[in-house]
Design a binder for this molecule. Structure first.
Ligand SMILES: *Cc1c(COP(=O)(O)O)cnc(C)c1O
Length: 377
């Protein structure tokens, strides 16, 4: 059986990227230094901050936000954590772990933040040093409007830093940290950047870099130490050389296709999967849909884990729901190495699985809905 990876991370890696990872260049060679500098340049372009520092760490995405938080938020400072899903909650846990004074603002999973609720919250915490938020909340499929959130924060708390988890938006959908007034953008290699897990990325604004008082930086994940080294094409410690070689190829692929085309393609594929789901009785879970993941509620009377299992029995891995949504939600993703026919494949498998689970669906029901979306120019 052919194995297919349609999970919201790690994603299907293009063969050319995989091939490139089959190398272990020594990190102190001129050739590797050259590769590092190219990756830095490509990464900054993909992050819409051309020419700026996007620090590359050896770790999963979480390591980048840990590094970022410790790099710009003073010990014990107040942090407002906006949480509307698993990853927003992770930021809150992380900040609490390090002893920050955390104010959690939670909204129901699947919902977007209501800006009119945000203003009074911010006014009640004028001493907040930073606000954390997830751009694409993978657990719910919601794309939060971080540009609007950053503007709302600026209005009430002009000094506060806005730190954004962009793990499933970098390379997936429009993300402009500088234009949107963000102060921190953190991501990982195994989602929109088409590379195996193991690299994490961090970008900070000037004022975040300038926030140097009373910090408690991590010894290993020290962004300032890395910045000094990485500007020279070096790293403070042994870099994940093989992954850097793969990332170089992945970035070239994304930039060759064109960032905006990539965003449009991914949005269309994900929309096709959602349309396929809707036509067979699933409901879209997200109030404001992220193209990173098609979060679908199982049709009434069916358990989501049975659907996930049905996909797995056909060689295809998708994600189920997390925490309280385990029984209700399933989440295929088109964020990896995928084209239009992958969306059609997901639709075909979904149909098959639902028929097996006792739904009398006509052949082609979901496939047709997906293809109609894909056919729209
Ligand atoms: C995958 C993901 C992460 C990163 O998790 P790691 O396992 O540390 O790579 C963080 N935030 C979001 C929104 C994600 O989808």
């Amino acid at each position: 059986m052919k194995a297919r990876l349609y999970a919201p991370g790690p994603v299907e890696v293009p063969p050319l990227v995989l091939e490139a990872t089959a190398r272990v260049p020594h990190h102190r060679t001129a050739a590797f230094k050259e590769a590092m500098l190219q990756v830095r340049e490509g990464l900054a372009k993909v992050a819409c901050v051309p020419g700026e520092d996007v620090i590359i760490l050896a770790g999963s995405g979480t390591s980048a936000f840990e590094a970022g938080l410790l790099a710009c938020v003073p010990r014990g400072a107040k942090v407002i954590g906006l949480a509307a899903g698993k990853f927003g909650e992770r930021w809150v846990k992380l900040a609490r772990h390090y002893g920050y004074a955390v104010v959690e603002h939670a909204v129901a999973w699947g919902r977007d933040f209501d800006l009119s609720e945000l203003a009074p919250l911010l006014r009640a915490h004028r001493d907040a040093y930073a606000v954390t938020v997830v751009h694409s909340e993978t657990s719910t499929g919601v794309l939060h409007d971080v540009a609007a959130i950053a503007a709302a924060v600026r209005e009430v708390l002009p000094e506060a830093l806005v730190l954004v988890d962009a793990v499933t938006s970098l390379g997936v959908t429009e993300l402009r940290p500088r234009d949107w007034g963000l102060d921190g953008m953190f991501a990982g290699s195994q989602k929109g950047l088409l590379t195996p897990p193991g690299l994490a990325f961090a970008w900070l604004s000037e004022r975040a870099w300038a926030s140097e008082r009373d910090l408690n930086p991590s010894f290993y994940l020290d962004l300032r130490k890395e910045r000094a080294q990485q500007r020279q094409g070096q790293t403070a410690y042994t870099p994940a050389v093989s992954l850097v070689m793969g990332l170089k190829v992945a970035l070239a692929m994304l930039l060759e296709e064109g960032l905006e085309r990539v965003w449009i393609r991914r949005e269309r594929l994900s929309r096709a999967v959602l349309a396929a789901g809707e036509v067979v009785g699933c409901r879209i879970f997200a109030e404001r849909v992220s193209p990173a993941v098609a979060a679908l509620l199982a049709p009434d009377g069916l358990d989501a884990p049975a659907i996930v299992k049905g996909f797995a029995a056909r060689g295809a891995r998708i994600a189920g729901g997390q925490d309280h949504l385990k029984e209700r939600l399933f989440r295929p993703s088109m964020m990896g190495y995928a084209d239009a026919y992958d969306a059609v494949t997901v639709a075909a498998i979904l149909e098959d699985v639902l028929r097996e689970l006792g739904r009398p669906l006509p052949y082609g029901a979901a496939v047709g809905a997906a293809m109609r979306v894909l056919a729209e120019a």
